[in-house]
Design a binder for this molecule. Structure first.
Ligand code: C5P
Length: 217
């Protein structure tokens, strides 16, 4: 008997581009499993910070990455701003990426389908994914969203500081040698600067429906 293939939706883009919300929406709609791969880098960074270990020792960080359990990624604990900053430092190390990419690839095989979002899903983790989306928005629009999120939650945030942080993180993610943030050649570009989540979802859904129909044809 032929083992059925899974179906993977690969979503990449910079911080606060809307890719996470879109990924969750698509996963619920299609009944697919979702992995926010940013949480895996955040979990490694948080484990190092919690144990007072250095963020720039590749061997130590890779050891933590190899022992990471994807079933225990707690978004509320990992969302903290300083953990994101630390994650983007840990994410430049090839041995850390190798360990996390192996775990992410194995997750991507889950049936009946998966949605993975991150920075290198379409280019490195799942280069054969039948649907690849590259979600962008202007830095100002992304900073506005992050600002609104923080103000709606715990309290005060400085817009200029958020914008500077995002720009710095973009530069680190796009400038690193191993798996820099960039669109795959066959990725569909989705600019959400002027789009709300519903419009982004509908645009993505059209592309996924087309790819699913092609697979069944
Ligand atoms: O998406 P999120 O902000 O949670 O990601 C935190 C950091 O993890 C990113 O800034 C990036 O450096 C790193 N990351 C990565 N590759 C991924 C996902 C996240 O390098 N696939």
């Amino acid at each position: 008997m032929r083992v059925p293939d899974t179906f993977t939706i690969a979503i990449d883009g910079p911080a606060a581009s809307g890719k996470g919300t879109l990924a969750r929406r698509l996963a619920v709609h299609y009944g697919f499993h979702h992995l926010d791969t940013g949480l895996t880098y955040r979990a490694v960074a948080k484990a190092l910070l919690d144990r007072g270990l250095p963020l720039d020792d590749e061997e130590i960080a890779a050891g933590v990455a190899r022992n990471l359990d994807l079933r225990h990624l707690d978004r509320t604990v990992l969302a903290a701003h300083h953990v994101g900053e630390a994650a983007s430092k840990v994410a430049v190390m090839p041995a850390v990426r190798r360990a996390l990419v192996a775990a992410q690839r194995s997750f991507a095989q889950t049936l009946p389908g998966t949605v993975l979002d991150g920075r290198d899903i379409g280019t490195v983790v799942c280069p054969d994914a039948p649907v690849k989306l590259y979600v962008i928005a202007s830095p100002e629009a992304r900073a506005r969203r992050r600002h609104a999120e923080i103000e709606a939650g715990s309290g005060k945030a400085d817009f200029a500081e958020i914008l500077a942080d995002l720009t710095r993180r973009d530069a680190r993610d796009m400038g690193r040698t191993d798996s820099p943030l960039k669109p795959a050649d066959d990725a569909h570009l989705l600019d959400t600067t002027e789009m709300d989540i519903e419009a982004a979802f509908l645009a993505a859904k059209r592309l996924v429906d087309e790819a699913l129909a092609k697979r069944q044809a």
